[in-house]
Every structure is written in C-alpha cells, then in structure tokens.
Design a protein around this ligand. Structure first.
Ligand code: NAD
Ligand code: WQD
Length: 339
C-alpha cells in the first residue's frame, strides 16, 4: 500500500512511518512542520533503509494541499495532522476548530476526488469524557462532559468522517482512540520532541531526568486512586504504530472505532519511580494543586482491537521508559531542526 501520512513528521506519525516501511509499504508524508521535524523522517529513512516522499503543506488550506499532492498518488491515508495541546485549545478555541476541522474536511475532499477509500484517523480517549466504568470500552458514550475544544475537535472529526462514510459506502474508516502514547523507537534515534514546556507527563519526567528541568509538578495527590495521583493507560508508541498498520490493512467498509491502550493503569508516582529505575537518575517532584479538567483514572478496555484487528500491546511501561530514556539521553535538546 502507498499511504499518505498527514502530520507524518510528528511524534506518532514518524514511528508509524517506520513500521509501514518495515512492513513493505510506501510512505508519503504531508506536514506543515508546525510541530514536526524533517530530521525525524531522515532518521526513519536511515533506520529502515527506505525512502519517504515528503511534501510541506498546510492541510487546512485545501488549495495548497491539492497543489502539493497534484502529481502524487496514494491509496490510503492516516490522518495525524492537527493541533494537540489541551490547554492551548482552551485559550485559542477558534484556531483549534479551524485547523483540526478544516484539515479533516480537506482530506475527505481530496480522498473523494482521488477515489481513495481507506482512512485511519488519530482520535483520542478524550472523546469519552469522564469515564462511567472502570475500563472504557468503545461503546462508552462519547462527547458528554468534554471540557476543552481539543477534545471536541476529536469528537466532531469522528462525526464528520462517519457522515462522509454514510454517503460513500466504499469508504473504510477507522477511528483509533489512543490512550496515553509514550516511549520511543528502541534505537533512541527518534522520539517525542515537544516544543517549549511539555504538556504531558512522560516528556516532562524525561526532561527532568536529563537535567533540562529542575523538578516535576505532580498535579494533585488527593484523587480517589491507590496513591492519590492520576492513573493513566500509557501505551508504547511502537505498539501504537503497529496498531495503525493493523487498522489500515484490516479496515472494513463503514466506520469502526478502536481503543489503542494496554488495559493497565499507572499512577504519576509509579511513572516517576519507573523512570528513575531505568535511567538511574533522580526525578525530583513537588505536589501541586490539581490541573483543571484532569480526571482521576482513564484506562482502556483494549479487547475489541484484539478481536477485530489481531492487535495488542507487546511492550510494557518499563520498556517505554527505557526507550524514552534512550531517546532523551542521546538527544537532550531534541532534533534541533525546528523551522
Ligand atoms: P505531533 O504534534 O507530534 O504531530 C502532529 C503533526 O501534524 C506535526 O508534525 C505537525 O507539524 C503536523 N501538523 C499540524 N497541523 C498541520 C496542518 N494544518 N497541516 C499539516 N500538518 C500539520 O502530535 P502527535 O503526538 O504525533 O499526535 C498525532 C495525532 O494524534 C494528533 O492528531 C493528536 O491530536 C493525536 N493524539 C495524540 C495523543 C498524544 O498524547 N500524543 C493522544 C491522542 C491523540
Ligand atoms: C497524565 C497524568 C496529570 C503533567 C492528555 C490529553 C489527552 C491525550 C493525551 C491527546 C495526569 C499528570 C501531567 C505534569 C502531572 N492527548 N501530570 N504533571 O492529561 O491524561 O491526557 O494527553 O489526545 O487528550 O488530555 O496526559 O500526560 O498530560 O497527564 O502530574 O507535568 O500526569 O495530572 O494525571 P492526560 P498527561
């Protein structure tokens, strides 16, 4: 298959590009480099011995995207492109709706014009809002109680894609609802490279361990969890990448949503201890007030993806910490090619 990866120069896209190339597929990346890196793709080429066709364009700009793809073909798309900071989305809601919705609309138009009918969309566990069950399955209600525009763009994009599929029965669309992606390729050559202050726990811990930040703020220790800190389902980015390839290959006509998670929860303090153990470095922390909008526990029921896609996580949290540390310690300042 020749897959178009929108946002393929980012964290999850670059790891997915690597797995696609390793499994014999061809990769075309369209990215505006607003949060991605050309260097990441060069390193994927170096690791795999493969070649990535790259075009720089803003997917929210339909004319620019059509021009960029004019002489390129593809027969499937994985749609990673978009803005992803929850806090920023509260401060800049219109920008988030514009970029995240227009990008999807452009992609659906272009796929329709080209007769491309396979689509995998980067959704998020955030669409479930506050969990009503201990483990969250795909039939859990979505859209209720969402507290930020970022989460709404994911729920709305799922809806837009489902409505498009209703009038294009040949479309095979998959919503992948990621839980908390962490880790890096085991080589340490590619990994997560957030610009500025990291929003997410694991890159923050990694930057403290490497000495780039002084200490971690733990957002609340009074949640109804075993140690009082937030519990999440962390998934190794290589497992996540393999889930995309399985979804792309096994997609059936219509729309299906799958959780990509491990089914196991890890608290903030457990994450700190695990990272200290693999890195051999201390991770100083201070308990701070809760972060607005945070939930106590968010853990996947991943059984549907196993049943239908034959996919499950194969790497544990300790392995994710080891690989994140390999990346962070070898690249303390990231890729250093930010445009
Ligand atoms: P990322 O920021 O590393 O990657 C996104 C890529 O999209 C970047 O390379 C960026 O330059 C590109 N991009 C952004 N706007 C664009 C536009 N208008 N046109 C073209 N390219 C554009 O993020 P990631 O962590 O790799 O996430 C990928 C996708 O997965 C996103 O849609 C994100 O919302 C979703 N997701 C991420 C997480 C997570 O915790 N990382 C969790 C759930 C869902
Ligand atoms: C994990 C835990 C924090 C940072 C977010 C988005 C979600 C998805 C993944 C895109 C929580 C605690 C964090 C820190 C801390 N992204 N924490 N100190 O909030 O589960 O999910 O990223 O789709 O939509 O909401 O992930 O990594 O920010 O937080 O104590 O400096 O770590 O309170 O319990 P979250 P996270």
């Amino acid at each position: 298959m020749r897959a178009l990866l929108t946002g393929g120069a980012g964290y999850i896209g670059s790891h997915t590009a690597l797995v696609l190339l390793e499994q014999g597929h061809e990769v075309l990346v369209l990215d505006d480099l607003s949060n991605g890196s050309r260097e990441a793709l060069r390193r994927v080429e170096e690791l795999t011995g493969g070649r990535i066709d790259f075009v720089r364009a803003d997917l929210a700009d339909a004319a620019a995207t059509r021009a960029a793809l004019a002489d390129r073909s593809f027969d499937a798309a994985i749609h990673f492109a978009g803005l992803k900071s929850v806090g920023e989305s509260v401060e800049q809601p219109v920008r988030y709706y514009r970029v995240n919705l227009d990008s999807t609309l452009t992609l659906l138009d272009v796929m329709g014009e080209r007769g491309v009918d396979r689509l995998v969309f980067s959704s998020s566990a955030t669409v479930y809002g506050e969990p009503r069950t201990e483990l969250i399955a795909e039939d859990h209600p979505t859209g209720a109680g969402l507290s930020n525009p970022y989460g709404w763009t994911k729920a709305m994009n799922e809806r837009i894609i489902a409505d498009a599929a209703a009038v294009r029965p040949e479309l095979r669309a998959v919503h992948l609802r990621y839980f908390n992606p962490v880790g890096a390729h085991p080589s340490g050559r590619i990994g997560e490279d957030p610009r500025g202050l990291p929003n997410n726990l694991m890159p923050f811990i990694a930057q403290v361990a490497v000495g780039r930040r002084e200490r971690l703020s733990v957002f609340g220790d009074d949640y109804p969890t075993p140690d009082g800190t937030g519990v999440r389902d962390y998934i190794h980015v290589m497992d996540l990448a393999e889930g995309h390839v399985a979804a792309l290959v096994r997609a059936e006509p219509g729309v299906q949503a799958y959780n990509l998670g491990s089914g196991r929860g890890t608290s903030v303090l457990e994450a700190v201890r695990a990272f200290e153990a693999v890195s051999g470095r201390p991770v100083p922390y201070a308990i701070e007030p809760r972060r607005a909008g945070d939930l106590a526990t968010v853990v996947a029921d991943p059984s549907l993806a196993l049943d239908r896609l034959g996919w499950r996580t194969r790497r544990d949290f300790a392995e994710a910490c080891r690989d994140a540390w390999a990346w962070q310690s070898a690249n303390p300042d990231g890729y250093l090619d930010s445009p």
